[in-house]
Design a protein around this ligand. Structure first.
Ligand code: ATP
Length: 514
């Protein structure tokens, strides 16, 4: 684990050193769990967003995209259940004065028991080789059975406590499991309290007139309240989807793990409106489609897994997460939820307006059911960054840090490098840059040795570097160097744009989604 921790630290400092992510307001010592994206981070983030948008909106004739406001009528959040139920149970340790999410303490405890089971399984799998049957082993090995029983008991007890909103019982579970504070090592816990995660502010200049409004904690509600606007103006027929990307805000109790859990973050959500009764079919389709989307980015299969929710949110009749193996373990990257007609029905009640679809095939009005896919753009960014970051030892004994970012997402597609800063090479290089910039975001660099410049481009994940040397002036050829293999090839300058285009084209990934 120490290794993974070091790796994660290295990734965080690399992200800062190479202009991907800065702490917000750093000169004032930062603002907790708020981050800024630098020149390379903003590009990578935009490319991930574009890939998502294209795969949702451009590739699906029945999905359209909108951009709703962050501020919404306060009743929206009453109707959605966020005012009353968007809470996390928090608990403090009296010795360390550290604050925790009670559910996370319990989940971490369960994860430790699960890790013991996994250890037994890998040991046995090594011992039995091809003959190993995990399902049989899980149901017969006494230690595994015993540990699984413990997990099930904890989960059941916890689920019951949450359903009854019994916070005394939640605290008792923590006491009974002898969970200690990781900082003080003590079991001196306060009561468990509910804490609402929405940020609020005042709208209007005169305080008496001012109403409390919220910064949206999810983008989904902007889609629900526009459901009929979009359906009518877009003449959409069910099943259809509405997508949007945008900022969301949550006053997270414990914000940690870099951009994994932020107080201001960006979501990419799609709500798919279906006929009641067909929602499970669509839920399963979207589960598969979303997993495919992740896999087309070239991650090894072992990096993702589904995790079904045991405690369903107040609006869901089925829900799962796609988890990604971050350097700190498997964690939620995306949620897929079957939200029933909860949101639209609730908005009908609170607004007094009908939010129904008229099905001309069977002459019927109904409130559609909804299947949602919801992914955090920043978490996706972290998944890509942590997978791409490699510390390599080269054949000549030197080291390099390279980001193997999928080329279509790389912040800069091609570096244009004059070998030396004289003899007309910079002018020639600039000429090439002026042609290439119409197709791709390129970067021109003339300072430092060529080796150093290659390393800098590797470190930000630029898939190609083109070097302009004296021969270029004679025969209009350049060397093109590929990031991952570091292979160099001499090619006519006119071929550069085509080679780069082929490699960075999103089309290949998009075709795999079908
Ligand atoms: P978690 O259990 O990690 O708090 P959640 O289940 O509350 O997440 P959802 O409400 O399902 O998350 O939000 C959908 C997606 O938004 C998540 O899968 C995640 O990628 C992203 N997300 C949620 N909260 C944050 C946050 N504080 N910082 C960054 N991304 C977030």
């Amino acid at each position: 684990m120490a290794n993974q921790e070091d790796l994660f630290k290295n990734i965080i400092s690399h992200a800062k050193e190479y202009g991907f992510i800065f702490q917000s307001s750093e000169i004032y010592d930062g603002l907790s769990a708020v981050y800024d994206y630098g020149q390379n981070g903003a590009e990578l983030k935009k490319n991930i967003r574009d890939y998502w948008w294209k795969s949702m909106v451009q590739m699906n004739e029945n999905i359209v995209g909108i951009d709703s406001a962050i501020f919404m009528h306060p009743t929206v959040w009453k109707a959605s259940g966020h005012v009353d139920a968007f809470n996390d149970p928090l608990i403090d340790n009296k010795d360390s004065k550290k604050r925790y999410r009670a559910d996370v303490l319990i989940e971490d405890h369960v994860a430790k028991i699960e890790a013991k089971i996994q250890k037994e399984i890998s040991k046995a799998s090594e011992r039995f080789g091809d003959k190993f049957d995990e399902a049989v082993f899980r149901s017969t090995n006494p230690r595994v059975v015993e540990n699984q029983k413990k997990i099930d008991e904890i989960n059941n007890r916890f689920k019951n406590a949450l359903e009854k909103n019994d916070l005394t019982e939640v605290r008792q579970i923590i006491i009974d499991l002898e969970i200690v504070c990781p900082v003080s090592g003590s079991r001196n816990w306060t009561e468990v309290r509910q804490f609402n995660l929405m940020f609020s502010t005042q709208m209007g200049s005169v305080s008496e007139d001012a109403g409390t409004i919220y910064l949206r904690p999810e983008t989904a509600q902007g889609i629900f309240v526009n459901f009929l606007n979009v359906q009518k103006t877009g003449r959409m027929k069910i099943p259809f989807g509405i997508a949007q990307t945008g900022k969301a805000f949550r006053n997270e109790i414990v914000a940690r793990q870099f951009i994994f859990r932020m107080r201001e973050f960006e979501q990419m959500e799609m709500q798919f409106f279906v006929k009641p009764g067909t929602e499970m079919e669509w839920y399963n389709k979207w589960k598969e489609a979303r997993m495919k989307w992740h896999r087309t980015l070239g991650f090894p299969e072992s990096k993702h897994r589904f995790h079904d929710h045991i405690k369903l949110a107040h609006y869901a009749n089925a829900a799962c997460d796609i988890e990604f193996e971050f350097p700190f373990g498997f964690k939620e990257l995306e949620g897929i939820h079957s939200r029933t007609d909860f949101d639209l029905k609730s908005h009908e009640q609170f607004s007094g307006k009908k939010l129904q679809y008229f099905d001309s095939d069977d002459n019927q009005n109904f409130v559609p059911y909804v299947v949602e896919t919801s992914i955090g753009l920043d978490r996706m960014f972290l998944a890509i960054l942590s997978q791409a970051y490699k510390e390599e030892k080269l054949e000549d004994g030197s080291d390099r840090v390279v980001l193997n970012i999928p080329p279509m997402l790389a912040p800069i597609k091609c570096a244009i490098l004059p070998l030396v800063k004289k003899d007309g090479l910079p002018e020639k290089a600039q000429e090439i840059m002026d042609v290439l910039k119409y197709d791709h975001l390129c970067s021109y660099e003339e300072k430092d040795s060529i080796g150093k410049r290659y390393r800098r481009q590797d470190a930000i994940g630029t898939p190609y570097a083109v070097t302009i040397d004296h021969q270029t002036l004679e025969d209009s050829t350049v060397t093109i160097r590929e990031r991952d293999s570091m292979k160099q090839e001499r090619i006519p300058v006119d071929n550069v744009a085509k080679i780069v285009s082929e490699r960075v084209d999103m089309r290949k990934a998009l075709t795999q989604l079908n």
